[in-house]
Design a protein around this ligand. Structure first.
Ligand code: SMG
Ligand code: MG
Length: 368
């Protein structure tokens, strides 16, 4: 399909509550959307890069710049690129996985809408609905945390993930386990906040039967995770360390992780995410779908991804209301702890024009 135009759009989405992690506190998401216009259909992509380079080296202004100056011109110069060829077209440009993922997602969405095929069908979904976990930020006190967790459980979430950091780890985990029982599916995410020297402290989490500990060490410290895995019983899950199927294969072979969090933006797109799924399944390693506080656009694609067979653990595929009072699409609403996989062509939904206009802070057209 010939690309005739590309729009970059920035939207500002206030969170329903501050979301604190070991690397900072989010109160508003400044999100970059990509819309591609082709002769047959339009497609939407969502860039998950954050405002500052604290989760990874990417940040939203840099993503807009690299798309504007390099990535979009390269794809438009290709004329009518198939979605599966976008990654190859962009390969000469190093890094910027989240920017590349947004552009590939938009081209894929347009292509699938034109062909009448859903994201789920394209990715190989085997489920019509997916069980949903929720990510719970670091809080000012244990009582506040227990109240928040109780609220999410009352909403029906089937798995709780607690953000942790040095000084906020064993005590909150113990309190949640003691209050909500041994059957609660419970895991933690450190976002690289620890070092191998903290192994003894992290081993103190072993008695709480956690599903996993996510990214305890620096994203580049793969061998450190191999050593940590020898010193703690809780399964290690990698997030920031895994930026490609090659990374996943190496980390698994080395024994750096026993579970993988798949985030399409982090790895360069939904097609690479599928390759990581396939590598992990081949190695018998469970995967789950991570989140980057996406709007309904990215959420729709993530829910489709989470319906693939190897996604055997509940993901951070929460309802729209977990983060936003009003989503830019029809909201995803939890039903019995699950979200329905969209079945329409492409993403299966589009932004609601009035809602999109309300939150838009800038738009620019990058016509051929
Ligand atoms: C602002 S934190 C974003 C990265 C974080 N994401 C989550 O905790 C889940 C966020 C979500 O529910 O979308 C992670 O490291 O897994
Ligand atoms: Mg994480």
């Amino acid at each position: 399909m010939k690309l005739t135009d590309v729009e970059l759009r920035r939207i500002s989405m206030p969170l329903v509550a501050p979301f604190r992690t070991s690397f900072g506190t989010e109160t508003t998401r400044d999100i970059l959307l990509v819309r591609v216009i082709t002769e047959e259909a339009e497609g939407w992509g969502e860039c998950v890069a954050m405002t500052s380079p604290r989760y990874s080296s990417e940040y939203v202004d840099a993503a807009a710049d690299v798309l504007r100056r390099f990535l979009v011109p390269a794809v438009m110069a290709a004329g009518a690129p198939a979605a599966h060829s976008v990654a190859g077209i962009l390969a000469p440009f190093k890094g910027h996985h989240m920017a590349k993922a947004a552009l590939e997602m938009a081209v894929l969405d347009a292509e699938l809408r034109a062909e009448g095929r859903s994201f789920g069908r394209e990715l190989g979904a085997v489920r019509e609905r997916v069980p949903c976990g929720v990510s719970v930020g670091i809080m000012d006190s244990v009582p506040e945390l227990l109240e928040a967790v109780g609220g999410y459980l009352a909403e029906g979430y089937v798995r709780i993930k607690l953000k942790i950091e040095p000084g906020w780890d064993v005590e909150p985990v113990r309190a949640v386990r003691e209050r909500y029982g041994d059957d609660l599916l419970l895991q933690v995410d450190a976002n690289t906040a620890y070092t191998l020297g903290d192994a003894r402290q992290l081993a103190r989490l072993d008695p709480f039967d956690l599903l996993l500990i996510e990214q305890p060490l620096d994203e580049e410290d793969v061998l450190g995770h191999v050593e940590l895995a020898r010193q703690i019983r809780t399964p290690i899950c990698l997030d920031e360390s895994i930026t490609s199927a090659r990374d996943a294969a190496a980390a698994i072979r080395l024994g750096a992780c026993q579970v993988v969090n798949i985030k399409p933006g982090r790895v360069g797109g939904y097609l690479e995410a599928r390759r990581i799924h396939d590598v992990c399944v081949a190695h018998g390693v469970p995967v789950w779908c991570g989140g980057m506080l996406e709007t309904g656009l990215g959420r729709a694609a993530n829910v489709a991804l989470a319906a693939m067979p190897g996604f055997t653990l509940p993901g951070d595929t929460s309802a729209s209301g977990r983060y936003y009072a009003s989503d830019i699409t029809e909201p995803f609403v939890l039903d019995g702890g699950h979200l329905e996989v969209p079945t329409g062509p492409g993403l299966g939904l589009v932004p609601v024009p009035d809602r999109l206009a309300e939150v838009t802070t800038a738009t620019e057209r990058l016509a051929a």
